[in-house]
Ligand binder design. Structure first.
Ligand SMILES: *Cc1c(COP(=O)(O)O)cnc(C)c1O
Length: 331
């Protein structure tokens, strides 16, 4: 695996820190909990999409694009990081926001990520829940081409093989850090949505035979559907990095027990997890992804899933700006 073969534009502050969470580990009575701070990638408050955008924007540049189009839910962290990357590189940016939750408060529809989308100068437009967002992006691309623009479509969450390269890169970075710290990582736990993060991470780990299991806590899809989607992208990503066949179906694990009522809808566990991390570690999670991911990790720890002396790394994928869209959950 040699990622310098792919076009890439440096956007992220790397490596992100790998830190112990001592007070949280103590509070829960073990295992040893660590956190990989991909909330600190730097671009417009950071998050996991920045690693993907390094390769996606690299590809867009190589293709001679001058405009990017992407989509997400109203409080999309991906949309915000894409808007910031476009601003930095001088691209026009079109963002389509799907009203997936139906929340109508001013905070949800205008604050948090939405505020930053506008601040970065993106063209923001809304679509109703259930819209065919890929078809909507194609329609916008057609209009822009007719006006002489050269649009590049980035899929929701930046989750295709090009975006997933960012997390194959993260696998290399994380294992190198652990080797340096003489830290044996027994498990990685993360929130999983559009699949690119877990797919890239697993592809990277498998390509270097790291033998570290990754558990994705789903924020939307049921277990089987999520695992199949992650597997499909992980297989293609492994092939792209020159390790075809390295990812097996058994390398893909998702748990959908912490979704609650649906994508972006708060749960008790999420509120507890966000509050615990804020008050025991001084770390901000987010209401849509990492709050539910951490709720899953905390519950699995309480159920005795992990051996007391094991080392579990939570991948913090960012998103804390989304808290400002959900003030009622925390006050
Ligand atoms: C997008 C996102 C995720 C999920 O990553 P995917 O690659 O879409 O599975 C997790 N956490 C945060 C904060 C995100 O914005």
């Amino acid at each position: 695996m040699h990622l310098a073969r792919f076009p890439r534009i440096k956007l992220a502050h790397l490596p992100t820190p790998l830190e112990p969470m001592e007070r949280l580990s103590k509070q829960l009575g073990g295992p040893h909990l660590w956190i990989k701070r991909d909330d600190c990638t730097g671009l417009s408050t950071g998050g996991n999409k920045t690693r993907k955008l390094e390769f996606l924007m690299g590809d867009a540049m190589r293709q001679g694009a001058d405009t990017v189009i992407t989509q997400g839910a109203t409080q999309s962290n991906h949309a915000r990081q894409t808007a910031a990357a476009a601003a930095k590189l001088g691209f026009e940016c079109h963002i389509l926001l799907e009203d997936r939750t139906g929340f109508a408060t001013r905070e949800y529809t205008q604050n948090g990520n939405v505020l930053l989308d506008h601040l970065h100068g993106a063209h923001v437009s809304k679509r109703p829940a259930g819209a065919d967002m890929n078809a909507e992006m194609e329609a916008v691309a057609r209009d822009l081409r007719a006006k002489g623009k050269k649009p590049y479509i980035i899929p929701g969450g930046g989750s295709n093989t090009t975006g997933a390269l960012g997390y194959a890169n993260c696998a290399l970075e994380l294992v190198a850090q652990a080797n340096e710290l003489n830290l044996r990582i027994d498990h990685i736990v993360q929130a999983t949505g559009s699949t690119g993060t877990q797919a890239g991470l697993v592809a990277g780990l498998c390509a270097i035979h790291a033998n570290i299991p990754v558990l994705g806590i789903s924020v939307r899809a049921p277990k089987e559907k999520q695992e199949e989607a992650v597997f499909a992208l992980a297989e293609k990503t492994a092939e792209l990095v020159g390790a075809p066949g390295a990812v097996k179906r058994e390398h893909i694990a998702a748990n959908s027990d912490y979704v609650g009522q649906g994508y972006g809808i708060p749960t008790e566990g999420m509120i507890e997890a966000v509050t615990m991390l804020a008050q025991h570690e001084g770390i901000l999670l987010d209401p849509v992804y990492t709050g539910k991911g951490m709720a899953g990790l905390i519950d699995l720890v309480r159920k005795g899933t992990f051996e007391k002396e094991s080392n579990v790394v939570f991948l913090h994928t960012g998103g804390s700006v989304g808290l400002f869209g959900y003030p009622d959950s925390f006050t």
